[in-house]
Design a protein around this ligand. Structure first.
Ligand code: IPE
Ligand code: IPE
Ligand code: MG
Length: 239
């Protein structure tokens, strides 16, 4: 009898390498970002096929605002275009789009596009796609601390009653389970301020492939690798 394959409930991807992909082809970095849309579609298809319930994509970090203005502008435009173009297919697939990060820093146009895709896809039940936009873990944790401090100051919560669950529930990711598998493309082996609290026991996978070259087969490979991992959560096996 074959053992049932272990499928991660939540996969998170640090989509990295768009700039290098473009530079290797003598193109502008922005063309690398545009080429990064198809791998998003491929990842979604593969995630749905495997029965993954949550897919988080790190699309823009709080630090990414420091990039050249033209690149930031092109990324904003790409976000608006992509959410509009992809909406029908997302609805068809039963994908519900949500967001983590601080959206108030985006222009009204970007905020409107994000709100629209969230409401259009609100009834999706197959998979929740969580876009990390203007996201960084330290910023998220800092905002969570502010929320908790306000509750303590208002007398709703005693400091000694703050537990790990209180913190988890104050984060942007409160409605979602922790990621089981984090994939970062382009060979870089770091988290770059992504889901630091939530990644406590995540399995990490660092394929060399640059994000624009990421395919459904690459996603399948990550799932296969995950199935081989022995997750112990600090415990002793079989005891
Ligand atoms: C990831 O690709 C996309 C974003 C950070 C928005 P990069 O733009 O970081 O690509 P590299 O790392 O420079 O190749
Ligand atoms: C992380 O990639 C952010 C996203 C993929 C959105 P970066 O390219 O910004 O991270 P560093 O600079 O290599 O750490
Ligand atoms: Mg990068």
């Amino acid at each position: 009898m074959s053992e049932q394959k272990r499928i991660p409930q939540h996969v998170a991807i640090i989509m990295d390498g768009n700039g290098r992909w473009a530079e290797l082809r003598g193109k502008e970095r922005c063309e690398g970002h545009a080429a990064g849309v198809e791998p998003v579609r491929a990842s979604l298809r593969a995630a749905v096929r495997h029965g993954v319930k949550f897919l988080t994509l790190y699309a823009f970090s709080t630090e990414n605002w420091g990039r050249p203005a033209a690149e930031v502008e092109a990324l904003m435009e790409l976000f608006c275009q992509s959410v509009a173009n992809e909406a029908p297919e997302l609805v068809r697939q039963g994908v519900r789009v949500r967001m983590i990060g601080e959206r108030s820093r985006f222009s009204d146009k970007v905020q409107k596009a994000l709100s629209e895709i969230e409401s259009l896809t609100a009834r999706g039940e197959t998979l929740t796609l969580i876009l990390a936009l203007n996201y960084s873990s330290r910023s998220e944790i800092t905002r969570a601390m502010q929320r908790i401090a306000r509750r303590v100051a208002a007398g709703e919560l005693r400091a000694e009653d703050i537990g790990e669950e209180t913190v988890s529930q104050a984060l942007d990711t409160a409605p979602y389970p922790d990621p089981d598998l984090i994939i970062r493309t382009s060979g870089e082996q770091r988290l770059s301020n992504f889901l630091l609290w939530q990644a406590s026991y995540a399995e990490l996978w660092f394929p060399e492939v640059l994000w624009p070259d990421f395919t459904e087969e690459e996603f399948d490979r990550a799932i296969e690798e995950y199935a081989r991992r022995d997750r112990r959560f600090g415990l002793v096996k079989g005891k």
